[in-house]
Design a protein around this ligand. Structure first.
Ligand code: HEM
Ligand SMILES: *[C@@H]1O[C@H](CO)[C@@H](O)[C@H](O)[C@H]1NC(C)=O
Ligand SMILES: *[C@@H]1O[C@H](CO)[C@@H](O)[C@H](O)[C@H]1NC(C)=O
Ligand SMILES: *[C@@H]1O[C@H](CO)[C@@H](O)[C@H](O)[C@H]1NC(C)=O
Ligand SMILES: *[C@@H]1O[C@H](CO)[C@@H](O)[C@H](O)[C@H]1NC(C)=O
Length: 330
């Protein structure tokens, strides 16, 4: 009897450990090894298709990175952005921040087709966006990081949620609260904005800064005057709002720290970019990244993991869509 007590205790401890790990495991826990036994090659497949797309369209890596952001900020990282209009879905693609702006959906389809052919019914569209973002950043010269996986796809979209994405005209206080609402910090805000080191923006998203900032009848006084003149040439008053501009004038297609050095010389393209230097605490993070690319790169990987952790569906919630544009069976 005396001898059997330690083994009873041991059994009890083991049982409690198993029970608690079961409950922790059923909470929103993603893992770097999620597909190791079911689709071990998934990240290679994703990367190869992104690389192939990049060879004919250098901008695509920026576009794909943005898709993960616009997915995660609306109903969590659940692939909701990818759903097309249907009788039961008002697609997020039509919301103001995405309409004629979000792009790369055809590349996501190509990735999904390749992944389905290697491992049918296993990899979610939400995880494809997370993997494509990492591959994209790295293929543009940026850091690599360990992508956490195991998200499942949602069965609904939120048009109103997509309309409430951070706006280039939001004051910095609103940007901060939109990030903190999804569990992201001020440091995440400054770090993730660094994704504007590549890609393009339409004149429509910033031309008020060139001519009539805040209804003042004058340009935004925080814009570098040399840069202002260049932008006014590319975006003439009354011209097409669809004309594209490089977000990073110094190295448009390379993922580097130049976004932050541009901010230091008042060459942030969007109001939401330049505003990051208007607050002393955010500005100190800007300055630290401007002076060390490796510090920026390290932070970027961890902030992308933080963003990728926004309310994922896991376990038996949601589904693995067979077509990223449609809920299964619809
Ligand atoms: C902080 C709040 C943010 C605002 C207000 C914002 C706003 C914008 C706007 C207005 C554009 C131009 C879209 C167009 O002209 O079609 C853009 C482009 C882009 N954004 Fe953001 N963004 C923010 C944060 C982020 C984050 C967190 C990421 C990714 C981690 C990101 C990645 C990108 C990329 C890569 C592009 C270029 C896309 C392309 O060329 O197709 N942005 N953003
Ligand atoms: C992984 O995929 C790539 C092509 O996408 C292929 O070259 C390679 O052989 C694959 N490896 C395995 C183990 O399937
Ligand atoms: C998206 O933009 C097009 C114009 O290119 C417009 O016809 C359409 O109504 C817009 N979609 C929504 C949902 O506003
Ligand atoms: C815009 O103008 C209003 C006054 O009309 C002022 O209170 C506000 O601070 C201005 N905002 C910016 C970003 O300059
Ligand atoms: C404006 O940008 C140029 C680089 O194009 C830079 O040399 C200059 O210092 C900037 N001016 C200000 C006030 O930031």
């Amino acid at each position: 009897m005396v001898q059997s007590r330690p083994s009873h205790l041991l059994a009890l401890t083991l049982t409690l450990t198993l029970i608690s790990s079961f409950f922790l495991g059923s909470r929103a826990q993603l893992s770097s090894t999620f597909y190791d036994s079911t689709c071990s090659n998934v990240s290679t497949i994703v990367r190869n298709i992104v690389q192939q797309a990049q060879s004919s369209d250098p901008r695509i890596v920026a576009s794909l990175t943005r898709l993960h952001f616009h997915d995660c900020f609306v109903n969590g990282c659940d692939g909701s952005l990818l759903l097309d209009d249907s009788s039961s879905i008002q697609s997020e693609k039509g919301a103001a921040p995405n309409n004629n702006s979000a792009r790369g959906f055809d590349v996501v389809d190509n990735i999904k087709t390749a992944v389905e052919s290697a491992c049918p019914g296993v990899v979610s569209c939400a995880d494809i966006l997370a993997l494509a973002a990492e591959a994209s950043v790295n293929l543009a010269g940026g850091p690599t990081w360990t992508v956490l996986l195991g998200r499942r796809d949602g069965t609904t979209a939120s048009f109103s949620g997509a309309n409430n994405l951070p706006s280039p005209r939001d004051p910095v206080s609103t940007l901060r609260s939109k990030f903190s609402n999804v569990g992201l910090s001020d440091t995440d805000l400054v770090t993730l904005s660094g994704a504007h080191t590549f890609g393009r923006a339409k004149c429509a998203f910033f031309s008020d800064r060139l001519y009539n900032f805040n209804n003042s009848g004058s340009p935004d006084p925080s814009l570098n005057t040399t840069y202002l003149a260049t932008l006014q040439q590319n975006c003439p008053q009354g011209g097409s709002g669809d004309t594209l501009n490089n977000l990073d004038p110094s190295s448009p297609d390379t993922f580097d720290k130049n976004y932050y050095t541009n901010l230091q010389t008042n060459r942030g393209l969007l109001q939401s970019d330049q505003e990051l230097t208007s607050d002393s605490s955010l500005a100190s993070t800007v300055n630290s990244f401007a002076s060390s690319q490796s510090t920026f790169f390290q932070n970027f990987g961890s902030s992308m993991v933080n963003m990728g952790n926004i309310s994922p569906l896991t376990g038996s919630n949601g589904q693995i869509r067979s077509n990223c544009r449609k809920v299964n069976g619809s």
